[in-house]
Design a protein around this ligand. Structure first.
Ligand code: CA2
Length: 148
């Protein structure tokens, strides 16, 4: 059976590449999805890629990942800093979790310095733009792939 990686994106990331390029760059979320699918396919894996502005939807996808995914890559966006519910859902997932941030949250406002999700994540990538998703995918392949 094909190994599947769940890639989840939180609120406002649908605007990626369309607003605030000085912070988030020019690459769109559709571009990121294509890059993730390509990287996974190179290793014989599949990606389920989702974005939602609704907390419950992110939680439901994490629950779904329990059934269908070997690992989760998540950019929880603002839920990073607020959501005990997303943390609780991730705590119920057994596989590896990698947290991604496009911007370097530690160079920004102090309210972005704390992450509930980091209490569960196996690793965090921040500040390398949308390339961070590709870095996370590469690491996920090494964790759950054939030689993982
Ligand atoms: O740097 C990241 O990836 C963040 O997760 C992005 C979140 C922010 O709340 C986190 O502190 C850091 C914001 C996502 C909003 O995305 C937009 C993209 C383009 C235009 C407007 C918003």
């Amino acid at each position: 059976m094909t190994t599947t990686i769940m890639v989840l994106n939180g609120p406002n990331l649908n605007l990626l590449g369309k607003r605030q390029p000085e912070i988030y760059g020019h690459v769109t979320l559709a571009d990121v999805e294509a890059m993730c699918a390509e990287r996974a396919a190179r290793h014989g894996m599949a990606v389920r890629f989702h974005q939602s502005n609704a907390e419950y939807q992110i939680i439901d996808w994490i629950h779904e990942a329990r059934e269908i995914a070997a690992g989760i890559i998540i950019n929880p966006a603002a839920f990073t800093h607020t959501s005990v519910a997303v943390l609780d859902a991730l705590n119920a997932f057994d596989g590896p979790v990698i947290e991604v941030h496009i911007s370097n949250v530690h160079k920004r406002e102090s309210f972005r310095h704390f992450s509930y999700v980091s209490l569960r994540a196996d690793g965090v990538i921040a500040g390398f733009g949308t390339e961070g998703y590709d870095l996370a995918l590469q690491k996920m392949v090494s964790l759950v792939g054939p030689k993982g």
